[in-house]
Ligand binder design. Structure first.
Ligand SMILES: Cc1cc2nc3c(=O)[nH]c(=O)nc-3n(C[C@H](O)[C@H](O)[C@H](O)COP(=O)(O)OP(=O)(O)OC[C@H]3O[C@@H](n4cnc5c(N)ncnc54)[C@H](O)[C@@H]3O)c2cc1C
Ligand code: FES
Length: 322
C-alpha cells in the first residue's frame, strides 16, 4: 500500500507551505472567544488566535482540513483542526496570521485552553496534515457528512464553497448531533441554507438525556436517528432525483464508526471509494511524522492524514482495534 495515495494534495508543494523548523512553537494571543455549547455533557468554545507579528505570521496559510498543534506551557500540546475563517480562491486563508479553532474541553490541555482569556498567550505549530481535496471539488457536487464536533473541520469547506459558489454543483450537508442543544454552529445553519447549501440535521435524542434543563427548549420536530439514516433515505425514498453519484465528492468527519458507516452507505449509493474522504484522528504528539504516536497501519496520520480517501482507509477501518 502506498501512503502517498492517501491524498493527492501530498503532491502539492503548497499544501504544507511554511515553517522550516517544525519543532518551534510560535507565540500567539487570543483575539476572541465564542462559547459554542454549554451543556452538562458538552463544553465547546471557539478561539480566534492571532499570531504575533513575524515572518511566520506573514506566511501563515492553512487549507481546510489541516490542523495546528496548540501549546500551553505547563499543560501540554494538542492537535486541533482549523474551523475558520473563510478562505480565498486558492483556498488559503484571507487574513495572514489569524484563524479559528473550535475546541471541546475533554481533558488536561483542552480544559486549560478553556480557561484562557482574551489577550492571553499560547504557542502554535502548524499548519500540518493533508487538507480536504478542494481542487477535486471544483465542478462537482459535494456532499458533506458531519457528526458532532466533526462540523468544525468541515466549516472552512463551506466558507470556501460560498466564496466561489458558481465553481461547485449541488452542495449538501447532512449533520448529526447527539441532541438539539449540541448542534454546533446552530446559528449559522440558516446562513448556509441562504448560500444555496442543502442543510439537513438529525439528532440521536430529541432531548439531551444528560441535561435536566433540556425540556425548557423548543421541542425538536426534525428527524431522530443518525446521519447514515439521512443518507440511506435518499436511496429508498428516491427523493433526490438529481443525485449524480458519478460526479459527487463526499467529505466525512465525525466519530470513526460514523465515518465508516457513512462511507459504506455512500458506496451503496454508487459513489466511488476514491471520491469519499474521511478525516481520521489519532493521538498526536510531534505532528510531523517523527514520533509514531499517530500510526495507523502504514500511515502516519499527522502527515499522511488526517484527510484520507476511503479507497485507502477501507481495509484499515475493517481491522478491529487498529
Ligand atoms: C488531527 C486532529 C484534529 C483534531 N481537531 C480537534 C478539534 O478541532 N477540536 C477538538 O476539540 N478536538 C480536536 N482533536 C482532538 C484533540 O486533539 C483531543 O481532544 C485532545 O488532544 C485532548 O487532549 P487533553 O489533554 O485535553 O485531554 P486528555 O487528558 O489527553 O484526554 C481526555 C480524553 O480525551 C481522549 N482523547 C485524547 N486525544 C484524543 C483524540 N485525538 N481523539 C479522541 N479522543 C481523544 C482521551 O482518550 C481521554 O479520554 C483533534 C485531534 C486530531 C488528531
Ligand atoms: S504525531 Fe508523531 S508521527 Fe504523527
Amino acid at each position: 500500500m502506498n501512503p502517498t495515495r492517501a491524498n493527492p494534495w501530498l503532491e502539492d508543494p503548497n499544501a504544507n507551505p511554511i515553517d522550516p523548523d517544525p519543532w518551534h512553537p510560535h507565540r500567539a494571543t487570543i483575539g476572541r472567544i465564542d462559547r459554542e455549547l454549554d451543556t452538562p455533557s458538552s463544553s465547546v468554545f471557539t478561539l480566534e488566535i492571532l499570531l504575533e507579528p513575524s515572518p511566520y505570521a506573514d506566511a501563515y496559510r492553512f487549507s481546510p482540513g489541516q490542523f495546528n498543534m496548540l501549546l500551553l506551557p505547563g499543560s501540554g500540546e494538542v492537535a486541533i483542526s482549523h474551523s475558520g475563517p473563510p478562505t480565498d480562491r486558492s483556498f488559503k486563508t484571507l487574513q495572514p496570521g489569524s484563524f479559528l479553532h473550535t475546541i471541546r474541553a475533554v481533558g488536561r490541555v483542552t480544559d486549560a485552553l478553556e480557561q484562557l482569556q482574551v489577550g492571553d498567550s499560547l504557542g502554535v505549530r502548524g499548519p500540518y496534515g493533508t487538507p480536504w481535496p478542494m481542487p477535486l471539488l471544483i465542478g462537482q457536487d459535494v456532499l458533506l457528512l458531519s457528526g458532532g464536533l466533526g462540523m468544525a473541520p468541515l466549516r472552512p469547506v463551506l466558507y470556501a464553497i460560498q466564496n466561489h459558489r458558481d465553481d461547485f454543483g449541488r452542495v449538501d450537508l447532512l449533520y448529526g448531533s447527539r441532541s438539539p442543544e449540541t448542534i454546533l454552529y446552530a446559528a449559522e445553519l440558516d446562513t448556509w441554507r441562504r448560500w444555496g447549501i442543502g442543510v439537513e440535521t438529525i439528532v440521536d435524542h430529541a432531548q439531551d438525556p444528560l441535561n435536566e434543563n433540556s425540556q425548557d427548549t423548543a421541542p425538536w420536530v426534525g428527524p431522530i436517528g443518525n446521519v447514515t439514516q439521512l443518507l440511506d433515505r435518499r436511496e429508498s425514498l428516491g427523493d433526490y432525483p438529481d443525485f449524480r453519484p458519478e460526479r459527487t465528492q463526499v467529505l466525512v468527519c465525525g466519530p470513526e464508526i460514523m465515518m465508516h458507516r457513512c462511507a459504506q452507505s455512500a458506496r451503496k449509493l454508487g459513489i466511488p471509494a476514491q471520491a469519499i474522504w474521511l478525516s481520521m484522528e489519532r493521538n498526536m504528539q510531534c505532528g510531523v511524522g517523527y514520533c509514531g504516536h499517530c500510526q495507523w497501519g502504514p500511515l502516519f496520520l499527522c502527515k499522511d492524514g488526517p484527510v484520507v480517501s476511503y479507497d485507502l482507509a477501507q481495509t484499515l477501518l475493517e481491522i478491529k482495534d487498529l
